[in-house]
Each structure stands twice: as C-alpha cells, then as structure tokens.
Design a protein around this ligand. Structure first.
Ligand code: PLP
Length: 395
C-alpha cells in the first residue's frame, strides 16, 4: 500500500533530520550537546500575556468556534499595532486575518491565490517552507539569489526579465531567515515598483519584524507606496513576543487575497482558539516594555557570538535584527559536512546553509536561542574544532 501522495513524496528531504537523530543518540551517550540549530527564541512569553490567557480561559463563551477570519479583538489589535509601529491604517474587518502561525498562512495562501503550474519567486537562501508549501500546492518556484556582496539583500537586476514575466507572485523576508539581512523602506519601494511592473502579488514575511537592534527599526512593506490590493504581509507573535507554541499570527493587505485565503481556512481550520487570540490581542496592544529588554538580550548574545567567531577566523554578517548569525564555513567542507563533523566532535549543533537553498552552500546559521554562557562555550568549541584536523571518516 502506498499512502504517500506524489506531492508529499516530492517535498525535499529535511537536511536537518539526520542531525536531530544524531543529537538524540549523542545525548544518550552522555554528550553535552549545545543546540544552536533551533530557530525559536528560548525566552519565556511575558507573564502579563500568560495571565491574560488564564483570564480568558475563565469565560465559557470563549470555548465556542472563532469567526472564520479571527475574532474582532485580535484583528483590531493588529490594526492598532500597524498604526502604532508603522503609521499604517488598516481596516480590521477587511484587511486583517488571524492565522494559526504565519507558517499556516503562507502554506494556505499559495493555493488560495495561485494555480498548479504557476510560478513563484522565492529567496535563495530562504525559509524552507516557501519551497515545501509550493511543492504541496504544485506551484513552481523560481529561486532568486541573495548574494553576499549585497549583504543578502535582493538586487532586482538578478531576476531575469523572462522569469519576472513568468511569475505570478513573489515573497520577501526581512529581517531574513537564515541570513538576518535587513532593509530600509527604500528597498520595499523598489520591490513595490518591481511588483507593479511585472504584475505580481508581492508577499512579505515579517516574522522577525520587532526583533531589532540599536536604532534600526524594520519597516513594513505596507509603508511603501503601492496598491494595497497587490500586497500581503505576514506577521507572527512567535518570535517577537516569544509565543512560538501558541500558534498565532496574522496576514494583512489585499482584501481579495485575504478573502481567498479565508475560503481555504474556513474549510480547513476555523481559526485559532479564542482565548489565544484574545491574549495575543493583549500582547499586541498592551505593555511593550519587555521587548526592549528581550531585544537587548538577543543583541548581547549576537555580539558575544559574533566577536568570538571573528576571533576564531570565521566571517559572519553583523545583523541589525533577527535571532540568527549567518556565517561562512571556515573549512574546505560542504556546509552539511561541517555541521555533521562539528556535532560529532564538539556536540555543537548549527544549521548547514544548504538546508536553505543552493545559494546557502558555504554558509551556516547559528541561532541565538541559548544563554550567553552556552554561546560562549559553543564558540570555544567551534574555535577548537576548526584548529583540529578534519576526520573525513565521520562524514
Ligand atoms: C522566516 C519565517 N517565517 C515564518 C515562520 C513561521 O513562524 P510561525 O508559524 O511560528 O508564525 C518562521 C519560523 O521559523 C520563519 O523563520
């Protein structure tokens, strides 16, 4: 019996699954493993948000189905958030949709706005879900390169005209995973002009929008001068509010695209549990002071790791935001070999760049999701590792 569809079997193998298996074995053998592969913040959800959830859990009316597009409290809170952070006005009923995490939204938007065989411009390196969600929806991806010489910011000239003409939609992601590249509003204006020129739906994944350092503030695509019907921006409370397991995010922008997305959602998931939506509404509109404190923690971790890697002779881009460092593989190994050897010999897990696309080869991603002591220890082990001879027998 074959219970695997062609679509599922053609999803590219997850490069990291082998490493995860090995992690388990090494821990069982008593190794002290430091996991810098996880792309999720380790800090707790701020207590006032947890308290709000508890309060909402006391109301039995909250145990009913949510409206398909999400409850008005959450949608209004997203609109308030956009007005406060970006001076962008949104119609909360028509231009905001609740999501069960932005991954769900990305996965459902693609078949909602495109047909099988349509072409979709995606970043390389990029968040792997852009590719796998496209495979599931039978949409053909056209990867566009994010180059080191451009600090991993897209140069629109790198997209051939015939590819741009072929595409129906394009997705961007800044602050970026895995590269942690950031952009200015001027970049989004160029993106908007490109989308107008080639008649594209322009999607922006802003999962890390509030995790920024020093004076840098990540812009919203909706601040650009563009017909809003051409734009969808995804956001998430997972990273900025440390709410990964809560599964709550939002899509804003094009009414037509959000309506299509809502048709899929109303037939498949009926939105998120109301107490979660209401606590998330409180997160977006309530006290934001923790965010500065959390961002300082991530920035300090980033500086510790960045400086330690520099000292060890590993090149990395110094980010203005996100929870990642994107580094160059220092040895004559593929990124996968480097990740595997590093784990075997030191117990440190990083993510090989090739997990994010062809252009990711030669790089690796370090997640700042561990405390300063563990990062320092990991950096020490990495430095020792690159000084020791390579054991190819372990590859
Ligand atoms: C770039 C990017 N987009 C979207 C997501 C999905 O986040 P969530 O579904 O938790 O909102 C992630 C999670 O790792 C991510 O890195």
């Amino acid at each position: 019996m074959n219970f695997q569809s062609e679509a599922v079997s053609s999803i590219p193998p997850y490069l990291f699954s082998k490493i995860n298996q090995r992690k388990k074995e090494l821990i069982e053998h008593g190794m002290d493993v430091i996991d810098l592969g996880i792309g999720a913040p380790d800090l707790p959800t701020p207590p006032h948000i947890v308290d709000k959830l508890k309060e909402e859990m006391e109301d039995p009316l909250n145990f009913k189905y949510s409206p398909y597009g999400g409850c008005s409290e959450f949608r209004e809170a997203v609109a308030t958030f956009y007005e406060r952070e970006f001076s962008v006005r949104l119609d909360s009923e028509k231009e905001v949709l609740t999501l069960i995490g932005s991954k769900e939204g990305i996965g459902h938007l693609l078949p909602a706005v495109m047909n099988p065989g349509d072409h979709f411009l995606v970043p390389d390196p990029g968040y792997p879900v852009y590719e796998s969600a496209s495979v599931l929806a039978r949409i053909k991806t056209i990867p566009f390169p994010l180059k080191e010489e451009n600090r991993f910011v897209l140069d629109f000239n790198d997209i051939p005209v015939e590819k741009a003409n072929q595409a129906k939609a394009m997705i961007l992601n800044y602050p970026g995973n895995p590269t942690s590249a950031t952009v200015t509003l001027e970049f989004f204006q160029r993106a908007a002009d490109f989308a107008e020129k080639y008649d594209l739906l322009l999607i922006h994944d802003s999962a890390y929008n509030m995790i920024t350092f020093k004076d840098y503030e990540a812009p919203s695509l909706l601040q650009a001068d563009i017909n809003r019907e051409r734009v969808v921006e995804f956001g998430s409370l997972s990273k900025s509010y440390c709410m990964t397991g809560w599964r709550i995010g939002y899509a804003v922008g094009s009414q037509a695209a959000l309506n299509s997305l809502c048709v899929i959602k109303s037939n498949l998931d009926t939105s998120q549990f109301l107490p979660i939506q209401k606590a998330a509404a409180y997160a977006l509109s309530g006290d934001q002071s923790f965010m500065k404190e959390y961002n300082t923690i991530f920035e300090n971790r980033m500086l510790i790791m960045y400086n330690a890697l520099q000292e060890a002779g590993i090149e990395a881009s110094k980010p203005n935001g996100s929870i990642f460092l994107w580094c160059k593989v220092p040895l004559r190994l593929t990124s996968k070999e480097f990740a595997e050897q590093l784990l075997e010999q030191t117990g440190v897990i990083i993510t090989p760049g090739s997990a994010f696309g062809l252009q990711g080869e030669g790089f690796f991603r370090v997640s700042l999701s561990s405390g300063e002591d563990r990062l320092q220890e990991a950096a020490k082990r990495i430095a020792n590792f690159i000084r020791t001879p390579i054991r190819r027998d372990l590859i």
